[in-house]
Write a protein that binds this ligand. Sequence first.
Ligand SMILES: [Zn+2]
Length: 398
Amino acid sequence: MLHTVASNTASSRSVVSRSTLTEESMNSSNQLESLDEDHCWQAVLQRDRTQDGHFYFGVTTTGVFCRPSCAARRPLRKNVRFFRTAPEAEREGLRSCLRCKPLDQAEDGRVAQIRELCDYIQSHCDSGDSLALEVLSRQVDLSPSRLRRMFLEIVGVTPRQYVEGCRFKTLKQGLRDGDSVTHAIYDAGFGSSSRVYEQTGSRLGMTPSEYRDGGRNLAISYALADTPAGRLMVAATDRGLCFVHFDNVAEGSTETVTERLIKALHDEFPAATIRQTEAEGSEQLTLWIAALQRHLAGREPHLDLPVDIRATSFQLQVWRYLRSIPYGETRSYAQVAAAIGKPKAVRAVAGACAANRAALVIPCHRVIRANGELGGYRWGVDRKAQLLDRERTFESAG
Ligand SMILES: [Zn+2]
């Protein structure tokens, strides 16, 4: 579940009194007098984030001015001057710091900080630099556990998942471009190939060679189930569900529903070893199908099944959020974009929904247009309407 970021202002008192902040007509020297410089300096030494926006400090030796919380090394006290506003500091000929960006007040400081960290990770993910949590937390001057929590709140995945997502994006790009696997691994910033094989277990769900070769060496078992929403293909690796698919009705098709579902699975994993499982053959798959059936019958509203699907870090963010939308509720594409901290990425959110390969398990049917229209659905808009109707019915009955 994502939460909005609450501002943390309770911990220390403001170094500027309220009355001085509202008196716009004061001249520069009077404003300086209104700052308690000793308290300002203490706030700077403590990198007190609650003081961001209340004052700025300039460093005469570097010609740069900063927010109190700036992660940069602390200057000597004798080289520091304090300003009530950023323009004041600029009038003194100081440049805004590239690290704490004191002029950028459009966003909550912490959101901006995490966003910058995301940019940093993206631009360094294939550089070979360490992007371990300890290293990242020093960058933003937060404890590792606090950074992890904030990052998860704001971005929707942990820093480590984000780093891995960025690296896999580079890796997958390299593989598609035909690089040798080893070359692609090193280019993507992974220190050794054993490390990437370890991690692919939980991320791509396939090793890089398998991914490039359409799932070669990958064992997928599947079963078909008749559900109230139509015939359902449920396929899984031993790590989780990799393909949960309704039939897309094809006009004039001479194939049966079953034939089309099997064909869709083979199209998705053209080189995998795919075998149908008898009900008793895969206990795990049987349990997952039973959970899906209970879900469709309204008896298991919250579905929390393991998935084993390759994804970009953006898709992961969207899908993780989708899994938090309660049964019987909907969100708009714009709401999802805002919730994952990317309010402008509405189209990309729709794209991530359309790319979903695990119907119901990742409930992309709960995302609709802001005007109440249903929008698209990979498995048919009629089915989307039916699924939402069922959920509302069960929800109000329960
Ligand atoms: Zn700074």
